[in-house]
Design a protein around this ligand. Structure first.
Ligand code: G5P
Ligand code: MG
Length: 225
């Protein structure tokens, strides 16, 4: 059987995980799973887990490990036989160990972006709630201010991008991520990228993945031009 490719992307809030994951998914044909998107779907659908998660997200806190692990491992179970990329999971050592018990990751990307840059980006971020489309008033603004490009619906700000919750998210990230980063470093699969612009970091990630995937059997993942 062809070997599958399993990767994760880590980084503080606003570091560009979502933006880069979409490029990776498009270019390399990986299935893309975002823990934040699944939580927001649950909130929008008013599911039991969504209602519970909202109380944490609004305060800029992490959702408890057992909830995240159950959610993400069940999504991964549905993807057996596919190569995938995780965005936003694992976030804590407990989550990383739970994942490690079931899957060996091939590659972990860690984004190091200065805090000032993160603050500027997130305070400027607006979303279209029903589709999850994300805009940034500087980097990728909507065609009409305050309106979704496709539907024309009004855009909103995530509660966790509002200044108070944002500062709490940034502070917590570093301490929680450190043991996870150390674990992946010790496994020899961690690749860190630093910078203030996604467009400048992307070519390095693209070339790393191209190299890594060339070592896999041809039918595992397809790169599109
Ligand atoms: P999320 O949704 O995983 P965060 O906090 O990790 O949220 P976020 O906010 O989704 O991270 P990102 O994905 O790293 O950020 O970044 P992005 O969305 O691609 O880019 C951020 C903004 O900057 C966008 O507007 C983008 O257009 C813009 N941008 C990108 N590149 C550039 C650039 O080069 N220049 C400029 N100017 N702009 C750029 O999680 C949300 C919450 O859910 C819970 C937590 O409460 C979390 O806070 N949660 C979990 N809790 C526990 N465990 C887990 N595993 C959890 N996962 C989620
Ligand atoms: Mg994201």
């Amino acid at each position: 059987m062809a070997k599958l490719f399993r990767a994760a992307i880590m980084g503080p809030p606003g570091s560009g995980k979502g933006t880069i994951s979409k490029r990776i998914a498009q270019s390399f044909g990986l299935q893309y799973l975002s823990s934040g998107n699944y939580l927001r779907e649950g909130i929008a659908d008013n599911t039991e887990a969504g209602v519970m998660a909202k109380t944490y997200i609004e305060r800029g806190m992490l959702v408890p490990d057992h909830v995240m692990t159950r959610l993400m491992l069940s999504k991964l179970e549905q993807l057996s036989g596919h190569s995938w990329l995780l965005d936003g999971f694992p976030r804590t050592l407990a989550q990383a160990l739970a994942l490690n018990n079931l899957y060996q990751l091939d590659l972990v990307i860690s984004l190091n972006i200065p805090y000032e840059t993160l603050k500027e980006r997130l305070i400027d971020r607006w979303i279209h709630p029903s589709s999850g489309r994300v805009y940034n008033m500087g980097f990728n603004p909507p065609r009409v201010q305050g309106k979704d490009d496709v539907t024309g619906d009004p855009l909103i700000q995530h509660d966790d991008d509002k200044p108070e919750a944002l500062m709490a998210r940034l502070r917590h990230y570093k301490e929680v991520a450190k043991p996870v980063i150390d674990l992946y470093k010790s496994q020899g699969i961690l690749h860190s990228f630093s910078g203030t612009e996604t467009d400048r970091i992307w070519p390095y990630i693209n070339s790393l993945l191209t190299t890594k995937m060339q070592t896999l059997p041809a039918d595992t993942c397809q790169q599109t031009p």
